[in-house]
Design a protein around this ligand. Structure first.
Ligand code: ARG
Ligand code: ZN
Length: 432
C-alpha cells in the first residue's frame, strides 16, 4: 500500500470488510489451530492477491469456498483463486493454519518484539504497528479498517479476552469458547487477545458504555483501585472530544512488567507499574485519537501520540490541581536540555520516541492552544475528530482545519513545532 515507513505492509486490489478469527488455543504448549475468514471486496480485477502473514503452518486456503493455490515468501502470502475475481465483487478467503506464533522485530519498536507472546503463563498480543500478521492473516495497514468477530477456544477454567463485546460463552468437551464482536471499524494492529488467569470486573456507565477490566486473579487490590479512575477520565475526555466512540472500554493488566501500555480498540493493555491516571487517560484518549481516527501513514504518528499525551497530561493536571501551563512549561524546559527531532519529520526508529513524538507532539498542541486561546483550540480538536471519526487522517487534514478555524498564523505555529529542527519557544498567548 506504500506506507512511507512500511512499504510492504498492506496489499492492493481489495478492501477487507470483516475478519472472522476462530482460534483454538492450547496455552500449556502455546499452540493454536485456527480458521480465519476475511470478507472483502475486490477494488480491481484479481487473478491473485496478497495477505500479510508471518510464520505458522498454513493447511488450506479457500476463496468463496473453493480451494485456492497459495505461496509464501517472508510475510507475504500470495493467493491464486481458482477463478479470477472481478472488480467490485465481494469474496471470502478462509485460511486454516496451526502451530506456535512467533513474535517479530519491528524497526519502529526497537524496545520490544511484536505480535503474539507467551510469557509467565499468559498469552498476549501487542501488535502496533506490524505485529498483527504474527497471529492472523490480514491486510496489515491502518487504511484498511474492518469489523471483527473473535471466537477463542481455551481449556475450561482459563480466561480469554479480546477486543470488542463479549456476546457468547459456551463449554463443551472440557473447552470453553468465547465470542467477541467488534462492530466498529478497527485497524489490524488494534485487534488483541489475552489468555490466562484473569478476573473480569464490569460496570455500566450512565452513558451506556460498558467498562470491563481484567486483572490477574488474586492480584493486589491497588490494581483495581488504580483502574477506578477510568470513568472520571472518560467524562473528562468526552467533554473535550464528544461521546466515547465504541460500545465498551476496559483495561487488561498483565501480571508482569510491560515497558509500555497499548491502546487496543476497547481493551487497552497495561503492565502493573503503568497504571498512573495520566497513562490511563492517555490510552483512553487513543480510543478517539488513534483508534476511531487513525493515521493513514505511520509517519504521521504524532497525531496519535501528541494528542494522547497532551490529553493525558491535561487530565492529570486537572486531577492534581496543577495548571496545564506550568506542566507544559516544565516539559518544555526539560526538553530544551535534551535533543528532540521535529515530530512531523521523523525516522522509523523514532516512531515511539518519547521526547520527539510524545512530548514535542503534545507541546505542538499546547503551542497552538496558547496561540488561539481555549475556545478556538477546543473547537479545532472537536472539528478534526468529528470530521475524521471512524476513518483516517494526516497532518495535512489537521492543518486544513487549523487554517479554517484559526488562520494561517496558527498553521505557521504548528508547522514550526512539527518541522523546525530547533524547538520553538512557547509564546504567551491570549489565554494566559
Ligand atoms: N501506542 C502506545 C502508547 O503510547 C505505545 C506502544 C509502544 N509499543 C508498541 N509495541 N508499539 O500508548
Ligand atoms: Zn500513546
Amino acid at each position: 500500500m506504500g506506507d512511507s515507513f512500511y512499504p510492504s505492509l498492506g496489499n492492493e486490489g481489495y478492501d477487507v470488510v470483516h475478519y472472522d478469527i476462530d482460534l483454538d488455543v492450547e496455552p500449556s504448549s502455546n499452540t493454536l489451530e485456527a480458521v480465519v475468514t476475511l470478507t472483502a471486496v475486490a477494488t480491481d480485477d484479481l487473478g491473485r492477491f496478497n495477505l500479510d502473514f508471518h510464520g505458522l503452518d498454513v493447511e488450506t486456503v479457500t476463496v468463496d469456498g473453493i480451494q485456492a493455490e497459495f505461496s509464501r515468501e517472508g510475510y507475504e502470502m500470495t493467493v491464486w483463486p481458482a477463478a479470477a475475481i472481478s472488480s467490485s465483487t465481494p469474496f471470502t478467503v478462509a485460511v486454516s493454519y496451526s502451530g506456535t506464533p512467533q513474535p517479530i522485530a519491528d524497526p519502529g519498536v526497537p524496545f520490544a518484539t511484536l505480535g503474539w507472546h507467551s510469557d509467565n503463563g499468559v498469552i498476549y498480543t501487542v501488535s502496533q504497528p506490524s505485529g498483527a500478521m504474527t497471529w492472523y492473516p490480514n491486510n496489515n495497514h491502518p487504511t484498511d479498517k474492518a469489523t471483527f468477530t473473535f471466537q477463542i477456544t481455551v481449556p475450561d477454567g482459563v480466561t480469554a479476552a479480546a477486543t470488542g463485546l463479549l456476546t457468547d460463552e459456551a463449554s463443551a468437551d472440557g473447552k470453553t469458547t468465547t465470542t467477541w464482536h467488534m462492530d466498529d471499524p478497527m485497524a489490524t494492529y488494534l485487534a488483541a487477545i489475552y489468555i490466562g488467569d484473569f478476573e473480569r470486573h464490569e460496570q455500566r456507565l450512565n452513558s451506556g458504555v460498558l467498562i470491563r477490566d481484567y486483572v490477574p486473579r488474586g492480584s493486589d487490590p491497588s490494581i483495581r483501585e488504580a483502574l477506578a479512575i477510568t470513568p472520571e477520565a472518560m467524562s473528562f475526555l468526552e467533554e473535550i472530544l464528544g461521546p466515547y466512540p465504541f460500545e465498551a472500554y476496559g483495561t487488561i493488566v498483565v501480571p508482569f512488567p510491560l515497558g509500555f501500555a497499548l491502546e487496543n480498540q476497547t481493551l487497552s493493555v497495561h503492565g502493573p507499574l503503568l497504571l498512573q491516571p495520566e497513562i490511563i487517560a492517555h490510552e483512553l484518549a487513543h480510543q478517539w485519537m488513534g483508534n476511531s481516527v487513525t493515521v493513514d501513514d505511520w509517519s504521521q504518528i504524532w497525531l496519535h501520540e501528541g494528542f494522547a499525551t497532551y490529553l493525558g497530561l491535561m487530565f492529570d493536571a486537572d486531577l492534581s490541581g496543577q495548571s496545564i501551563e506550568s506542566v507544559m512549561a516544565n516539559w518544555h524546559r526539560q526538553l530544551a536540555f535534551s535533543r528532540t527531532s521535529p515530530p512531523g519529520d521523523i525516522e522509523i526508529h523514532e516512531l515511539f520516541d518519547f521526547n520527539t513524538v510524545y512530548l514535542r507532539g503534545a507541546l505542538t498542541l499546547h503551542a497552538l492552544r496558547t496561540h488561539t486561546g481555549d475556545d478556538v483550540f477546543f473547537n479545532i480538536l472537536r472539528t478534526h475528530y468529528d470530521h475524521t471519526a471512524g476513518g483516517t487522517t494526516n497532518t495535512e487534514i489537521f492543518l486544513g482545519i487549523v487554517d479554517d478555524l484559526a488562520g494561517p498564523d496558527a498553521v505557521s505555529v504548528v508547522e514550526s513545532w512539527l518541522y523546525e529542527p530547533e524547538m520553538p519557544g512557547i509564546e504567551s498567548g491570549p489565554s494566559l
